[in-house]
Design a protein around this ligand. Structure first.
Ligand SMILES: [Zn+2]
Length: 118
């Protein structure tokens, strides 16, 4: 059912989840955890509209992880756009199996977690 949300422009923040207080609170928490820098390029994302909190495994694959800090990271808008360009190519190019498990053995999911859950 929820999948229909992903078939179009709804990906751009209009999914009701992105408007929920839970998500807003979690976003603030993740940005603070990551020190207000992009985890990919290190860019400072302090300031309005600069930070994107990204789902490592997209919500449409792993709905249960949508508010799991271990599945969230801070990106700058540039890296986020880069990532979503990749996303558009499909699951295989994301480097993940359809269940959301990463194919890449170097992926942190396949290693010891670097970050402890808060
Ligand atoms: Zn970045």
């Amino acid at each position: 059912m929820a999948r229909a949300y992903w078939k179009g422009d709804v990906v751009k923040g209009t999914h009701p989840f992105y408007l929920s207080p839970e998500w807003r609170a979690m976003r603030a928490r993740i940005k603070a955890r990551d020190g207000y820098v992009c985890v990919w390029c290190g860019a400072d994302v302090r300031g309005k509209g600069k930070a994107r909190v990204d789902h490592i495994v997209p919500m449409e694959f792993m709905w249960a992880l949508r508010l799991d800090p271990a599945n969230l990271r801070t990106l700058c808008t540039r890296c986020d756009n880069k990532r979503h360009a990749e996303k558009g190519r499909g699951v295989a190019d994301l480097g993940a199996h359809t269940d959301g498990t990463p194919r890449d053995p170097a992926h942190w999911w396949n290693q010891q977690p670097k970050r402890t859950k808060q």
